[in-house]
Design a protein around this ligand. Sequence first.
Ligand SMILES: *Cc1c(COP(=O)(O)O)cnc(C)c1O
Length: 811
Amino acid sequence: MLSIDKDTFKKDYENKFIKLHGKELSEGNNQQKYEALGALVKDYVANMWIETNKKYKKAGDKQVYYFSMEFLLGRLLGNCLLNLGIRDMCKEALSEMGIDLEEIEDLEQDQGLGNGGLGRLAACFLDSMASLTIAGQGCGIRYKYGFFEQKIVDGQQVEVSDNWLRGGNVWETKKADKAEIVKFGGSVKVENVNGKLSFIHVNYEPVLAVPYDTPIVGYENNIVNTLRLWSAEPVSNEFDFSSFSRGEFLKAMAYKNSVESISLVLYPDDSFYEGKMLRLKQQYFFVCAGIQSIIRHFKRCGGNIKELDEKIAIHINDTHPTLAIPELMRILVDQEELSWEEAWRITQNTISYTNHTILAEALEKWPTDMFKTILPRIYMIVEEINERYCQELWNKYTGQWDKISRMAIISDGYVKMANLAIVGSHSVNGVAKLHTEILKKREMADFYYLYPSKFNNKTNGITHRRWLLKCNPELTNLLKETIGDSFIRHPMDLDKFKNHLDDVNILSRLNQIKQNNKVKLAEEIYKTKGIKVDTNSIFDVQVKRIHGYKRQTLNCLRIMDLYNRLLENPSLDMVPRTIIFAGKAAPGYYLAKNIIELICSIADKVNNDPRVNEKLKVVMMDNYKVSLAERIIPAADLSEQISTTTKEASGTSNMKFMMNGAVTIATLDGANIEIKDEVGEDNIVIFGLNADEVLNFHKYGGYSAWDIYNNNPRVKAVIDDLVSGRYNSDKDKFNKIYANLLSYNDEFFVLKDFDAYLEAQKKIDVIYRDQAKWQRMCGVNIAHSGIFSSDRTIKEYATGIWDSKVLYKNL
Ligand SMILES: *Cc1c(COP(=O)(O)O)cnc(C)c1O
């Protein structure tokens, strides 16, 4: 905890402002005030950062490196101040200087280097590792352009590039002296030196990987960990004038562009794989730079390479960083000259892997030709790994060619990254109980049979510091007042709140807090979308990436049905609803883009129809991102978690909502199941197919969307409305959705779950009318949310996978 008094802070801030901007604070605008505050906080952190690194060096504890292609950090200032324990003091000091801290915080660009849940998980984990005093560093890519910005224009998504570094980034420090070289292309010369083979990579294109470090501040514990993001630069920036005369200027420019393209943009795809060469380059680029720098640091600190696995844990977030396995082998064998067997033992013990999805379209596999051309030495190593492993398979499964080819790392002309990740690591974890069971029993059953002890579950979590303390200060205060502040360090203590749920006074304050958050969101909706919403209506929220399996379509169809019933019967007995959506569609995912068009068309129709206006409003908010989530979630009454069962590996927004006292309507998918187990079935509304039913339909068939369409008049009515021109003058507008539901036999079982979903929504209305009951449910959800703190998840990783000498025990 930083000890600094208000007067010192004020002086420091004024001085910082003057130094940074060359003028008095009173002359500055808010943007400049933000920059000065950020820079000052970074100064405050600097010494702790140095001390933390010294401490880690001296302690000799195991270091964890979390490799991830995405880190969706959002904004840093507010959480930095919070974790330093000076946010209240700063707020007060600034306010005395006539500055509103929240207004200043609002000017920070989100650090949006991730698509959604996977990237946000990585960010929550960094926060938890630092807060639990675990020596855990992040390793990733410093994309010049983050995830695109979404604008909704004329009811459609328009993508705008996210030039997040335009105004500078106060949080990062460029470490030019810690750059590494990454080699692409060329070929490998094999030489026999005194009976030993050596592999020399020649004619390659060198790329300079330059690290930018961001401090990750732990909660009031003086720990500052590091997120290291790598940027690609040409090896020499000096302009070679002689190349002009040799006519090689264009070649030099081409080299510069080719290099810089590597860390230029984040691929805007979630749960989808495309065999793009640049993506493979990105993956090798950060993994190679990261591992080289880890080994360099390890040796500089006097580490013995043969004990690497006792001192270093490398975790790979999904298969994107799987090349860490052959890259570590390359360094151990080619550079450190260890035997293959010893290098393999160390590599397997060092690396652990998290699987994030069972969606077939998300499984990464690279064409061998492309792989070989870009990474010739790494390809040789993967081949060797594969050969030795297939020999092992052959001994065990002699003659079973199908099985061996299914399990091989290289087969059918592809390198299969999940197979490599499983074989080359000592731990494979799923991200929620159901997901792990499906991995073990279905998707990865062959591997589970071969390596049962590698498989384990680590249910995801969210950092309660951002998703409760920071985003919902009023609720936090109520909790502190009623149960004390121990839940901040020990989120399981939130369960003490259960003892207060029969106190009508507490429940009514809970309700008032929700109401205040709803009023704030309503103002934002009016400001940004021009839609007036009723803050006494149920705020019914579905915010997440737009995807077929997440079933925003199901939500749309029920709104269309509700609209029909309201027109039939204007005095329909229902609790007014404000149905709020937000989420981005991958630019090339046309079904998802069509879903956005449908949401916007429905909103247009419904919001402008005075016959239903009092009871129903639909809002599609632009540009879903972390800072928007922090405003929407505390204002939600109802959390929509309605994915096709088995498809959502865990979900994490489900956890954010419950922690902020929303009631969940959900399928028994991902972590929804564990939420239900925590709160009990009376405090969540569950509907729809269960996992076995979905898996059996996949396996044996027997589902017909047409049958439902033909036999269920309400389904028929809303499906017909998709193509009747009722919601859009262009009758063909929603062809993609229509085709997905009928021509392609509704692969996400939207129609199958339609009736059950409507029933569940009816149930929500009934409960909501009994306000005492509803408020109690909200309270129960908050009280049971502690287990979904990522602190719990990270402790499980630390003890169950990384075997780190867990320093948090000292807390
Ligand atoms: C939490 C979060 C997600 C993940 O949401 P799910 O509903 O679990 O898919 C995606 N994007 C942002 C900005 C988030 O904060």
